[in-house]
Design a protein around this ligand. Structure first.
Ligand SMILES: Nc1ncnc2c1ncn2[C@@H]1O[C@H](COP(=O)(O)OP(=O)(O)O)[C@@H](O)[C@H]1O
Ligand SMILES: [Mg+2]
Length: 329
């Protein structure tokens, strides 16, 4: 078990800077989710922890060790990738035990470690199968099992669920959370999916263009985003941004904070809007509207409004500096 510290960490490929002075303290036992759009530097940051990439500057600590110049095999971290990278000619049991075999651990110890990991991941009945005889979800469980048997100080996950269908992704997400609660090991989990980030994380670090935007609990990021980027990235459907309401300020409003039609005097000002598209999900609908030049999306329970003119009121909103994007009080 170990904490991880990024201190002014940066990384360039030639003249291209892909990580800009990242500072994050990950306490021992935390599940930190790194989230951000494709190409923002998530995998690079993870690979720096694993030692698969060298850092260009700053410090990277695992526990009380500065690991900038420590070889990957001496860092005591295990990484799980999107592609399962199992050995096709080995059974599940052999795949899971392989790292311990390489480390020349006694066979009885390897067998015990594999059995325990298999129990945690419900892989017991599959131990003698080959990767090609299993589903994607089962293969990803084996990849996790292979990481678990090593009992590393830190687990690293790089979009491990991206190749799976939606139902399986939800199921494995819950299993992963359970696994973290069972093992209590520090985990850094990369995803571009903000829903996955919100549901898994103890804390979330949001990256954009190689720059850290904010680190906080899911609730903190949702309620008090540091800036417009975080506000727009966290939450589904995304927050709407309105330029036409207050001069110099961009107003951010979440779908459930928009009241459509039948103005409520208690809610103050109402604005004329036009309903353009309605997406009905059953219990709720997402109502896409236009308010002047701005677009906005409301979440409505019960019968949705018809297309055409309506009024909207904002129950609660956030304010952002139009130039810098910083959230204003
Ligand atoms: N080996 C490399 N050489 C040059 N540029 C790279 C290399 N690896 C990644 N990059 C660039 O660094 C940026 C971050 O990549 P990556 O960390 O893979 O992003 P993410 O995982 O968030 O999608 C991207 O612009 C990518 O093109
Ligand atoms: Mg990546």
């Amino acid at each position: 078990m170990a904490s991880i510290s990024f201190r002014g960490l940066h990384k360039s490929y030639g003249a291209v800077r892909v990580l800009q002075r990242v500072d994050i303290e990950v306490p021992d036992g935390e599940l930190l989710v790194l989230v951000g759009p494709s190409g923002c530097g998530k995998s690079t940051l993870l690979r720096c922890i694993a030692g698969l990439e060298s850092v260009s500057g700053g410090e990277l600590w695992i526990g009380d060790r500065l690991v900038n110049d420590v070889a990957p095999r001496d860092r005591d971290v295990a990484m799980v990738f999107q592609s399962y990278a199992l050995y096709p000619h080995m059974t599940v049991r052999e795949n899971m035990g392989f790292a311990l075999k390489l480390a020349k651990r006694p066979p009885a110890e390897i067998a015990a470690a594999v059995d325990e990991a298999a129990r945690m991941l419900a892989l017991g009945p599959l131990l003698d199968r080959y990767p090609k005889e299993m589903s994607g979800g089962q293969r990803q469980r084996v990849a996790m099992g292979r990481a678990i048997v090593r009992r590393p100080k830190v687990f690293l996950f790089d979009e491990p669920l991206s190749n799976l269908d939606a139902a399986l992704r939800t199921q494995l997400r819950v299993e992963l959370k359970q696994l973290h609660l069972t093992l209590g090991t520090t985990m850094v989990y990369v995803t571009h999916d903000q829903v996955e980030a919100m549901t898994l994380a103890d804390r979330i670090a949001v990256l954009n263009g190689g720059a850290l935007q904010q680190v906080g609990t899911p609730a903190e990021l949702y309620a008090t985003p540091a800036n417009r980027f975080v506000a727009g990235f966290i939450g589904s459907p995304a927050m709407s941004f309105l330029l036409g309401i207050e001069p110099g300020v961009e107003i951010g409003v979440r779908p459930h904070e928009i009241v459509v039609g039948a103005p409520d005097p208690a809610l103050g000002r109402s604005y004329p809007a036009t309903v353009e598209v309605v997406e009905t999900l059953g219990f709720e609908s997402f109502v896409h509207m236009r308010l002047g030049e701005d677009k906005l999306v409301a979440r409505v329970e019960g019968p949705p409004p018809p297309r055409g003119p309506t009024t909207v009121q904002l129950r609660h909103h956030l304010r952002f500096d139009r130039q810098t994007g910083a959230r204003l009080p």
